[in-house]
Each structure stands twice: as C-alpha cells, then as structure tokens.
Design a protein around this ligand. Structure first.
Ligand SMILES: *Cc1c(COP(=O)(O)O)cnc(C)c1O
Length: 372
C-alpha cells in the first residue's frame, strides 16, 4: 500500500483537526487564552484524590463505574433533577460528540451559529454530516427566526456564546423551542457566570438538552468531566453510543468531590465576576474600547491603537505584542465578526494588571509607530 492516506474514508481524508488554544509548557506565562479558572478547585478534590489513590494506587487495577453513577447522582442533586436526566462525559466535548454521533448524519442537517464554539463543525465533519450555519450580525442578537426556519434535526446554541460572552435569556430560548422542531442543545459551558440557565426550561421542554462542563467554573479542565441534562429518552440514546468506560476512576472521584462543595465555587465565581466587571469598565472608560456585555469568564474586546483605529491588523498587533511578553490571549482571525477582537480569559486581579500594563506599553508603541 503506497498511499496510506488513501485508506482513510474520503470525508476523513479532507478533515482538519480542531485547533485548541496554546498550552505553553514553560513557566512564566500569564495564560488568558483558554478560559480555565485562575483559582484552584475545591480543597476537597485533592483530599478525595489522595484517598482514592492510596499508598499503592491499587484501586487503579479496577475499571471505573461504567455509567459514572456517583457523578450522575451528584449532578442530579446539584440541579434538582433525577439520575435518569443525566449523562456524564469525558469532558463536555465527549457529550457533544455523543450528540453528533446519535443525531447527525444522512439527509438531516446539523445547525449551529457563527460565531460559536468551533468544535461543532469539526465533529459534524467527522460524521460526514450536513451543516447549516446561521450567521449572527454585529449586534450578536439571537437570530431566532433563522433558527426556526432551519431544517436542522439538531441545533447547537452556545449560551453564553463563545467567543463573544453574550448570554441568551430563557425567554429567547423558549421562543426558539416554540418555533424549531428539532433537538435544541444549549451548550452552557459558561452558564455559572451568567444571569440565567436554560436548566429551568428542561421540565417543560423535552426537546431541550443542556450541556455543562467542570472545566471552567469548577476549575477542573484537566480531569475532563462534562454532562448532559435532558429528557430520559435522550439520555438513554446517549448511553447507547458512548464508550462503556468513558470517564476514568480518578476523574469520577474528583468530580463528585467538586460537585459536593457548591459554597466554595460560589466564592470563586463571585471573584471572577468582580474581576470581569472591573476589566470591562477599564476597557470601556479608560481606553474607549468596545466590549460585548459578558456573562462568561472571558471578555471579548475590540482594541484601538493610539490613533483610535481598530480592525484585524490592530487586534493582531496587540496580540503579537502581548504574546512576545508572555501574555497569552486568543485571536479569532477567520471570521469577519471576530477578527478585530481579542478574547481575554478573566484571570486573577494580579494577572489582569499584567495584561493592562502590557496593553498600555503597546499603546505607547503604536503612538510612536515603533517596531514591536
Ligand atoms: C470549553 C468549552 C467546552 C469544552 O468543555 P470540556 O468539558 O473541557 O470538553 C464546550 N463548549 C464550550 C462552548 C466551551 O467553551
């Protein structure tokens, strides 16, 4: 066989992998590019992991609970639901993948908005599914009529949206549910930082799926746990298509410990929101930069140089200047609505000070047209 790549399925041969944000391995970076939590997880997580591993890690001989039953119970308790309404994934990316595996393909299209989480088209491509992308305009208001008119069997809505941070209220989501016939997935990766959650709509709307993750608000991106909340008949479909041991033993232990300590997380979520408010005010009042109202743990802001100009080249210049000084943020150059912005994860107050000091230095450079 001379050409190994020709053995792959035709649609797979054309795929491009999802591009995750950079994860630098050396120390010294102010890392504000992948919306991780700047604070550690609940201290109960370390205690539970130490206990689970024990002195000789003997428990790791054994397979984990195949259905992640203790995690389902903890999630159900947290949201006032039952275990039959919950499926646990190896990160919420696993849950999104299960939804695509079960509901995408053939003639029916899979819908999502642009911009939103760029993993959706990658997963649909792996399935060789048809896509229907619904474009926002600069207002970032939810295009309810366009979603309703779409022929999608399943539609992915990120709320609060990424990378803008704009949240959609339950009145709007209920309007979508009233007019769209398919399964509506609301990806709530950032909902703990938002004003409302679509979880309140689940009881009345069997075609709604809410997806959550422990990666952002629970400070556990490294353990890969996420979950779906939905009608038991949807959960039962997801259980049919998932790997039988999709969540490892230590991740289950860490997740149960974290989910059992909501008051700790109320504290760090409040800190992130306070830092977010201060950062948005700084960009608006001191710099005159436009920032979308954020209900997430990041802000999406349109930098202006010292001459008051904005645009893709200005955003790139600010990004490169920050990156050269080990401050990592995220740039989304491939879409006209996002190319002139920076997405900045909310860090600690000290990290945000490094960010704003570095942006001040960038402004001085742009004022004098100096090389970076
Ligand atoms: C971070 C993120 C995810 C992925 O979460 P994991 O649980 O880490 O896989 C899913 N959706 C959106 C919108 C995200 O921003």
């Amino acid at each position: 066989m001379s050409d190994l790549s020709s053995l792959a399925l035709t649609h797979v041969a054309k795929l491009h992998a999802y591009t995750p944000g950079l994860q630098p391995t050396e120390a010294g970076w102010v890392k504000l590019n992948t919306n991780e939590c700047p604070y550690p997880p609940s201290p109960r997580v370390a205690e539970a992991l130490h206990e689970a591993i024990g002195p000789d890690a003997a428990a790791l001989r054994l397979y984990p609970n195949p259905a992640s039953t203790p995690v389902r119970a903890a999630v159900a308790r947290l949201h006032g639901l039952t275990e039959a309404d919950v499926c646990i994934g190896n990160g919420s990316d696993d849950i999104l993948n299960l939804l695509i595996r079960a509901y995408c393909g053939g003639e029916a299209a899979t819908g999502f908005t642009l911009p939103s989480y760029s993993l959706y088209p990658v997963l649909i491509g792996i399935q060789d599914g048809r896509m229907e992308a619904i474009e926002f305009d600069r207002s970032m208001r939810l295009p309810i009529d366009k979603i309703a008119a779409s022929a999608a069997r399943i539609f992915f809505l990120t709320s609060p949206n990424a990378p803008t941070g704009v949240g959609f209220g339950n009145a709007q989501i209920a309007q979508v549910l009233a007019s769209f016939d398919g399964l509506l997935v609301v990806d709530e990766a950032y909902a703990p930082f938002a004003e409302e959650s679509a979880i309140a709509l689940l009881a009345a709307h069997p075609r709604l799926v809410v997806v959550r993750t422990l990666s952002k608000a629970f400070a556990l991106a490294g353990i890969r746990v996420g979950y779906a909340l939905a009608h038991p008949s949807v959960i039962e479909v997801l259980d049919r298509v998932r790997d039988s041991y999709n969540v490892n033993r230590l991740s289950q232990v860490a997740a149960v410990a974290a989910l059992g300590d909501p008051s700790y997380y109320d504290g760090i979520i409040a800190r992130v929101k306070a830092t977010r408010t201060a950062a948005v005010a700084d960009f608006a009042e001191r710099r005159g930069w436009f920032t979308y109202p954020s209900q997430a743990n990041f802000i999406f802001t349109e930098p202006k140089n010292a001459r008051g100009e904005s645009g893709a080249a200005v955003a790139r210049s600010a990004y490169d200047f920050l990156c050269a000084r080990q401050v990592l943020v995220r740039l989304f150059p491939s879409h006209a609505l996002t190319a002139s912005f920076l997405r900045i994860s909310v860090g600690t107050d000290a990290e945000m000070r490094v960010l704003t000091d570095t942006l001040d230095a960038w402004l001085v450079r742009t004022a004098h047209n100096l090389p970076q």
